[in-house]
Design a protein around this ligand. Structure first.
Ligand code: IMP
Ligand code: MG
Length: 180
């Protein structure tokens, strides 16, 4: 994509797909024998990851979606608002939250508390990306695709103001030019 705000590729398409297949194998192994594995994707950033990860898991899975918002531009507003709840019951089920990126940890903390209240059999987290340097609220992340430095990234589902989600790789976004 020819865009002046796209800096450089951080994780290319092949690397992404290789790692997603590995995560799929790990999860398949960890949940073998489960009666119901529910993948809960966080809209909209986790869409591409969820689609690929679910196909890399060799178990019967169910998919549900939840939608939250906390970001405008590249800054977190600090308040996490639930826009869309689950469609299905998760009581007694093995639930894995599928997230695009863990940044401050606020989104995950809110969702873990929210979903724990529904009494799943187990509740875990699989995040494609983790930016540990940005963490404000400690959260447990069971499966991480890639640990990355503190830099705003886009692509493979991640957006900047709703753009760039359809890039097939993870790219660094240049900071916006300061207007004098
Ligand atoms: P947290 O609540 O601060 O952990 O933020 C998590 C959410 O912020 C993620 O689900 C993303 O939607 C968004 N986010 C955090 N860092 C980035 C980034 O580098 N690029 C795009 N979105 C991001
Ligand atoms: Mg987002």
């Amino acid at each position: 994509m020819n865009d002046h705000r796209i800096d450089q590729i951080l994780i290319d398409t092949d690397e992404l797909h290789r790692r997603v297949r590995e995560l799929g194998r790990e999860i398949t192994h960890a949940f073998s024998g489960t009666e119901a594995l529910v993948l809960v994707g966080i809209l909209r950033g986790a869409l591409y990851f969820l689609a690929d990860l679910s196909r890399a898991i060799d178990l019967p899975v169910r998919i549900d979606l939840i939608s939250v918002t906390s970001y405008t531009g590249t800054e977190s507003s600090g308040t996490v608002t639930l826009l869309k709840d689950l469609d299905e019951e998760i009581q007694g089920k093995d639930v894995l939250i599928v997230e695009d990126i863990v940044d401050t940890g606020r989104t995950l903390r809110t969702l873990l508390d929210h979903l724990q209240g529904r009494h799943p059999r187990s509740l875990g987290v699989c995040a494609l990306l983790d930016k540990p340097d940005r963490r404000i609220i400690p959260v447990p992340v069971d499966y991480v695709g890639f640990t990355i430095p503190d830099h705003f990234v886009v692509g493979y589902g991640l957006d900047y103001d709703q753009s760039y989600r359809n890039l097939p790789h993870i790219a660094l976004l240049k900071p916006s030019p300061v207007t004098p």
